[in-house]
Design a protein around this ligand. Structure first.
Ligand SMILES: Nc1ncnc2c1ncn2[C@@H]1O[C@H](COP(=O)(O)OP(=O)(O)OP(=O)(O)O)[C@@H](O)[C@H]1O
Ligand SMILES: [Mg+2]
Length: 388
């Protein structure tokens, strides 16, 4: 039995032959990094990094400056070679293959890298011209791209007449015109003002949903990563700290670094002084005892850090509130009014400064004055336990 596919090629559709392996190619990851190490001299830019990016995912790399984000993109794009490890794009091992032969991949850099003396149309058309695509086809494709990027009225303009946001849309158009299966975006918005950045970020997300390609997005802005990503990889000093959905990382950070990098968190250090299978009492240095929920039983004497997000904290003047609440004492030293929210900085009795966040209209909290003694409180289930 056979039928024609959309290219007019006959395909065999007989499914009863047992010797034929079932193709799993649609499940194959877009990118696989397998134990990749990259050194510059003695310095490890990437140290045994392994991860997979699924097809169609919007996958972000998040990490501080110098953590190795661009190095990963350069390796995927073919601009750097790993010293060790394997890299696969859509199932093919691509170690040693030069950038221009990696047809499935295209990169958008931070600084637009447009050709200054070519107009918008020619900038976007460039890759197709190099490939010798017919003029009529180029025209049609570029017109479609100009429309998609909302640049129709600017096709004859040169880059220096465009705003930063428009230049970045031209750069995106130029990368997308060749319909890459994997688009690498290296901090594409970081040179732009906050408002334009937020606007383009939404457009980028919509674009991703419309075209269904795999997007790899590099940023050191946690807000950007949280709002657009299907999954985030957190990188620090060339090592993977955590991979997960924005929610997984926010609610269950793997380490103190991940917890502090995604959102804000107060950290209280202590030692386990009593433990049962799912909970423990922790002695916080110079503050007293608190109760934590644990996965399994933590050994007595283990040093741990209790992490509490500022939005999970309650401040009380007295011992009101439920009995099962954890409380430590301190003094309010600063109130930061930000309209929708108010931040309270408290100096705890061990001199550590911590933060509580409340909605702006909260009457109870607004009645606190600088210098007031306060109880800094949280529910046991809202704290995260990080082993040191
Ligand atoms: N060609 C090179 N020669 C020597 N060291 C390099 C080279 N390229 C990168 N490095 C170093 O490797 C580390 C990782 O660099 P990389 O550019 O990947 O960081 P990044 O996470 O992209 O940082 P940023 O947020 O600043 O862009 C840095 O310490 C950098 O100095
Ligand atoms: Mg970089």
């Amino acid at each position: 039995m056979s039928q024609e596919n959309f290219l007019g090629i006959k395909e065999n559709t007989n499914l009863n032959r047992e010797s034929e392996p079932i193709s799993l190619s649609s499940e194959e990851p877009a990118i696989i990094f397998e134990n990749v190490t990259k050194k510059y001299g003695d310095f490890y830019a990437l140290d045994n990094v392994s991860f997979e990016v699924n097809k169609g995912e919007l996958f972000s790399f998040l990490g501080p400056s110098g953590s190795g984000k661009t190095t990963i993109l350069k390796i995927i794009g073919g601009f750097e070679e790993p010293d060790q490890g394997n890299v696969y794009i859509l199932g093919d091992r691509i170690n040693g293959i030069p950038p221009h032969k990696r047809k499935n991949v295209n990169t958008v850099f931070q600084n637009y890298a447009l050709f200054p003396h070519m107009n918008v149309f020619d900038n976007i058309a460039y890759g197709l011209k190099v490939d010798g695509v017919k003029k009529e086809v180029i025209k049609q494709k570029v017109q479609n791209m100009l429309k998609l990027m909302k640049l129709e009225e600017w096709e004859k303009s040169e880059p220096h007449h465009l705003s930063g946001g428009m230049k970045q849309r031209v750069a995106l158009g130029r990368a997308l015109i060749k319909e890459p299966k994997v688009l690498l975006l290296d901090e594409p918005l970081s040179a732009l003002d906050l408002k334009i950045r937020q606007h383009l970020l939404i457009e980028l997300k919509n674009l991703h949903e419309r075209i269904g390609a795999t997007f790899i997005y590099v940023t050191h802005d946690q807000g950007e990563a949280l709002s657009v990503s299907d999954r985030i990889l957190i990188l620090d000093q060339g090592k993977i700290v955590q991979i997960g959905t924005p929610r997984e990382i926010y609610e269950n950070p793997a380490t103190r670094f991940a917890a502090g990098f995604i959102g804000e968190m107060n950290f209280l250090d202590g030692k386990v002084i009593r433990a049962e299978s799912e909970r423990a009492i922790v002695q916080i240095d110079r503050l007293g005892e608190v109760l934590v929920k644990t996965k399994g039983k933590i050994p007595l004497g283990q040093s741990i850090t209790v992490g509490i997000r500022p939005e999970r904290v309650f401040l009380f003047k007295g011992t009101e509130g439920a009995n099962d609440i954890n409380r430590v004492t301190g003094k309010l030293i600063e109130t930061i009014y930000e309209g929708a929210i108010v931040n309270y900085i408290v100096a705890l009795d061990n001199d550590q400064e911590v933060k509580a966040e409340a909605r702006g209209g909260d009457a109870l909290l607004l009645s606190f004055g600088i210098g007031d003694s306060v109880y800094f409180c949280w529910k046991t289930e809202d704290a995260i336990v990080l082993k040191n």
